[in-house]
Ligand binder design. Sequence first.
Ligand code: HEC
Length: 201
Amino acid sequence: MFVDRNITEVTIMDVDKKPVLFIILAVVTILAGTLATTFIPLFMGTASPSRENIKFYTALELEGRDIYIREGCNNCHTQMVRPLKFETARYGDYSTLADSAIDRPHLWGSKRTGPDLARVGRKYPAAWHVIHMKSPQSMYPKSNMPPYAWLADRDLNTKYTEAKMKTLGYPYTAADLRALEGKTEMDAIIAYLLRLGNELR
Ligand code: HEC
């Protein structure tokens, strides 16, 4: 018995002296971990939220979202509330995968120069946004957000709206597209801001 134990100890200690065996064991261990934590949940269905209750973007909201991307709002604003108490207390419900199920690309962002906007649609009425977008400093004198007053002077370019709606698979009607006539870029971006956080009916 005494001899046996010695042999076992020697074998275990030798693993780190055999580089090839050590690498193989390390790779196997890491692969097993990756498989268990990444790939298995991917196919369990829980990672892909059901689309049943999701409100698709309207044509106007989609155009607003594209202006949001064009203007780089996502460089200063995140759209992801983390499941931490101080975040939910400030911003509202934490984000879930269902919130961005129809977003191509998602706009989670990584830098918060300004506040998170994932739930901002529930916070202010449209009129507040118009004033704030035209002059953030009129609302918060110390704000370093640039003013976007000129968006109100620019007609919405609807040349590709239908193609975008089709490509992304959002439902729309001819009347929806006609309703875009006469809208400005400001109308579109505010429609988009107002729906943030209201993805699920
Ligand atoms: C240089 C960084 C910066 C950029 C770019 C920027 N913002 Fe902001 N934003 C801020 C800061 C800082 C605040 C907080 C002070 C304020 O409300 O003005 C803010 C606040 C906001 C708020 C109010 C949020 C709240 O919860 O009170 C909204 C809405 C908003 N921004 C929308 C936008 C949109 C839309 C764009 C792009 C067109 C944009 N921002 C671009 C920095 C930025």
